[in-house]
Design a protein around this ligand. Structure first.
Ligand code: CA2
Length: 159
């Protein structure tokens, strides 16, 4: 026997995954396809939303060219009890002690994501302040890096 709709328990909210993207990633798909692929950030967001639905997760995909926005969003992830953050900090990866501190300051696990593999590129890309603070890193698989990171996020969120 099924309960009348008003007596049914409310559906549990799905774990939220913030997907934060740093400088110049708004230009994805328009230039340097040999390095970054031809998908736009909107294409990647669509693929993440589809996979998140299958995994029982919600995704909130954002991009900013401003370091402080990324810091604020990391704080927001913790305050809003997001389950996991996927962070492609772009070039701030290699420069930002503010992002290192923000990742260390929150309990929310952060997965570092890169389209390319920075270790096969210029030496200035070999140091990652984000990677020094992150739970783990997925890099070098193009747009699939984000999808692979979402699989890891599902395991961390235990869905
Ligand atoms: O491989 C990645 O995902 C990077 O985070 C991309 C950053 C780069 O500074 C990191 O070392 C590795 C650069 C993003 C720039 O995105 C563009 C997209 C289209 C055209 C030009 C730049």
């Amino acid at each position: 026997m099924s309960l009348p709709p008003q007596s049914q328990p409310a559906a549990l909210p799905k774990p939220m995954v913030f997907v934060l993207n740093g400088p110049n990633l708004n230009l994805l798909g328009t230039r340097e396809p040999a390095i970054y692929g031809s998908d736009t950030l909107d294409d990647i967001a669509g693929r993440l939303e589809d996979r998140a639905r299958d995994l029982g997760l919600e995704v909130d995909v954002r991009q900013s060219n401003h370091e402080g926005h990324l810091v604020d969003w990391l704080h927001e992830a913790q305050a809003s009890e997001a389950a996991v953050v996927l962070l492609n900090a772009g070039a701030f990866t290699h420069t930002s002690i503010a992002l290192y501190d923000a990742i260390k300051a929150i309990r929310t696990p952060v997965i570092e994501v890169h389209l390319s593999n920075p270790h096969t590129r210029e030496t200035f890309r070999h140091r990652s302040y984000v990677g020094m603070a992150a739970k783990g890193t997925i890099a070098g698989f193009g747009a699939d890096s984000y999808l692979l990171a979402l699989e890891a996020a599902a395991k961390l969120a235990k869905v």
